[in-house]
Design a protein around this ligand. Structure first.
Ligand code: DX5
Ligand code: ZN
Length: 221
């Protein structure tokens, strides 16, 4: 599925907190629960101090799901790998501004590969670093934890970047937030202008994923 057009609030459960031995059924469960996007955290042990999975796992999972595959590449030298992720079936590919000197080239390449594109920035990185490229992206990701691990505490100062970002991009671009999102912080980020909420432990860390997703969706109503 393509990235849903801006105008709706979407929960994007991150499989980082799912059972990696049963990914197909885990993704099936959030599909039944109403999620349209699944967030795929790719870590290389270099840009971030943790290793998760790469394109081959995404390609296998693609056979079992029609959800929008939202690949968050926390990897050095993303230009070497984006074609592999597109080929594996990623619908949307996000790269970190800290990993490239040519964000425009990278975003154009992602589009040429038939995917929607995203740029993101670490909590310590200033919003001005992505200002020139946000208008090229269908979705901009604001990290609300230092990337690398699930289950960390929400950083409200980073979330506040969404306010200025929303003014910059207008209503037609999605703003995604990632890290420490739960029913309490969800309402905060939505009030700042975010519309796409990544949730790892708040969804896959719970036994009842349907209730977990509903609890987040209820929180900002
Ligand atoms: C952090 C990842 C996140 C992570 C979020 O490096 O990019 O997507 O899975 O996990 P929670 O929701 O548990 O903070
Ligand atoms: Zn992520």
């Amino acid at each position: 599925m393509r990235l849903p057009k801006a105008g709706t609030i979407e929960i994007a459960p991150s499989i980082l907190s799912a059972d990696f031995a049963n990914l197909a059924s885990e993704v099936q469960e959030i599909t039944v629960a109403g999620a349209n996007i699944v967030h795929l955290d790719v870590m290389d042990g270099h840009f971030v101090p943790n290793i998760t999975f790469g394109a081959p796992v995404i390609a296998k999972l693609r056979k079992y799901s029609d959800l929008c595959f939202d690949a968050h590449l926390m990897i050095s030298e993303p230009e070497k790998y984006i074609a592999d992720f597109a080929k594996a079936g990623a619908d949307h590919i996000t790269v970190h501004i800290e990993t490239t000197n040519d964000p425009v080239g990278l975003i154009n390449r992602i589009h040429d590969l038939g995917c929607t594109a995203g740029i993101t920035l670490n909590p310590a990185t200033k919003l001005s670093s992505i200002e020139k490229v946000v208008h090229l992206c269908e979705m901009v990701l604001v990290m609300t934890v230092v990337p690398g691990f699930g289950g960390q505490s929400f950083m409200e100062d980073s979330a506040k970047k969404c306010i200025e970002l929303r003014n910059l991009v207008g209503a037609d671009t999605r703003i995604e937030v990632d890290g420490g999102i739960d029913p309490t912080t969800a309402s905060v980020v939505v009030s700042y202008g975010a519309d796409t909420l990544v949730a790892g432990s708040a969804v896959f860390g719970k036994d009842n994923r349907k209730e977990a997703i509903a609890a987040i969706l209820e929180a900002y109503k």
